[in-house]
Design a protein around this ligand. Structure first.
Ligand code: ATP
Ligand code: MG
Length: 437
């Protein structure tokens, strides 16, 4: 892609409510544009990053055997009346009437709809367990939408649902999701801490939130520092290992605000290991048994022939919130560096040229074509600006690797730089191998 062709409305004017760095950066870099309170358009650069996050989330869901489907954003109120949540959900639910006067709503979550899909098609324990997910827009009429994509009214979420015949099997599904979440966040370059959480309006008795530590986060957390010693690489996707993983995490005190009790904290965690800080909730998983299957009449035949209410769990990841969360975690000293896995481009070529001397631009064009042939997603900064203006812009866009084609480069060696590191002069072959590795 040529930068001159990229739709990138970089701006310096920020609204006064853009208080946190991710919100500021996303507006300045032209990633999003607000359309109304808590509702955003995703512009090409922002969308490209969000799509990469979405794809990683998808791959890790598929990896544990979850299957993707797509449910609509607009739902009928009927099914919510059946579960009893139509009234309970309150003002956060956006309610709509269609031209026939039927009550509809914009889905804030999908427990009801998925249970309806399931109950009409699955009749026997033989078809269990099942895990289904979709990645779809949600709407919650948040009382105070703020912090850009962090707390929106319309946001993009992956929500998965598990269906099992009994508690034991359901906990196994829960453990798989837990593992999958840790892997997903790791691939996004994030360290997410699982915290025992309150189940809130979803209900049930087992729940974890996945939190990224950040001063600007809205969740207050209380944890034993020992939690950082538990490493994902020590576990794998088999039942015994997953049980051990949950046991290891559960043996360390780590809770969110709702579950916090000071006496318990002081009793279980030594003073020097106590950590009280803030974080961003990027995922939340729940096990709630038959809370929805019973009222919604979602029963299957068990082995002995008896009808049993299916045991369910639900599992959310805030895909659009993650774009902001990654910025909060990685933006430092006015410089953004996207993790390679979600970077909008693999590398940017920055030539130094002017109207009268385009030698470096021509050289860069050759490198550009060459890298494209290798399937490297490359951006060429062909805009006629000073090098300092260019560097400022790229500090904002945050592509992790730069090839600088200037006076110091020779016919076959170019300045190659990883953001926040020293640059080196290497040939194209070496550059390619670094980008492909
Ligand atoms: P929160 O406590 O932040 O309000 P929640 O507990 O209501 O979130 P869940 O129903 O667990 O959210 O949703 C799953 C995930 O969706 C959350 O972990 C979060 O990452 C994301 N999410 C929830 N609400 C919003 C929102 N208003 N804007 C952006 N992302 C959100
Ligand atoms: Mg939550």
């Amino acid at each position: 892609m040529l930068l001159s062709k990229l739709f990138l409305p970089v701006t310096k004017n920020l609204p006064s409510d853009a208080k946190i760095k991710s919100h500021q950066l996303m507006l300045r870099a032209g990633m999003i544009k607000q359309s109304s309170a808590g509702i955003y358009s995703w512009l090409p650069l922002g969308l490209k990053i969000m799509k990469k996050i979405e794809q990683i989330v998808r791959e890790e869901q598929n990896e544990i055997g979850a299957q993707e489907l797509l449910m609509p954003t607009v739902q009928s109120a009927d099914i919510w009346k059946e579960s009893g949540r139509y009234n309970d959900y309150g003002e956060e639910m956006l309610r709509i009437k269609d031209r026939q006067g039927r009550e509809m709503l914009y889905g804030p979550t999908n427990e009801e709809l998925i249970t309806d899909i399931f109950r009409t098609s699955i009749k026997s324990y033989k078809s269990l367990p099942q895990m289904l997910y979709h990645i779809q827009w949600k709407f919650r009429d948040e009382i105070r939408p703020r912090f850009g994509v962090m707390r929106c009214r319309e946001f993009f979420m992956k929500d998965a649902y598990s269906f099992d015949i009994d508690d034991e099997s359901a906990k196994n599904s829960y453990n798989k999701m837990f593992f999958s979440y840790l892997k997903t966040f790791k691939r996004l370059g994030l360290e997410a801490i699982p915290m025992a959480a309150d189940t809130g309006p979803i209900g049930g008795d087992l729940s974890h939130e996945f939190i990224i530590l950040a001063e600007t986060g809205e969740s207050k957390i209380y944890t034993d520092k020992k939690i950082f010693e538990i490493k994902l690489k020590n576990y794998s996707l088999n039942d015994t290992s997953l049980e051990k993983m949950i046991k290891d995490f559960s043996s360390v005190y780590a809770v969110t605000d709702d579950k916090f009790k000071k006496d318990e904290f002081d009793q279980k965690v030594s003073k020097e290991n106590q950590m009280v800080t803030k974080g961003i909730e990027v995922g939340h998983i729940f096990y709630f048994g038959d809370k929805y299957s019973k009222p919604l009449n979602c029963f299957v035949d068990s082995k002995g022939g008896k009808k049993t209410a299916v045991k369910m769990g639900s599992y959310g990841i805030g895909v659009s919130r993650l774009v902001g969360a990654i910025i909060e975690a990685k933006y430092n000293n006015e410089i953004m560096k996207w993790p390679r896995s979600v970077s909008p481009f693999d590398v940017v070529i920055i030539p130094s040229f002017s109207k009268n001397n385009k030698e470096n631009l021509t050289k860069s064009m050759k490198i550009y074509e060459d890298l494209k042939k290798q399937n490297i997603d490359v951006l060429l900064d062909d805009v006629d600006e000073s090098m300092s203006q260019k560097f400022k812009k790229h500090d904002l866009i945050g592509i992790p690797y730069q090839i600088i084609v200037g006076s110091k480069s020779t016919s076959d060696k170019f300045e190659f730089k990883e953001i926040n590191s020293e640059s080196s002069f290497i040939d194209l072959k070496e550059i390619k191998s670094k980008l492909i590795s």
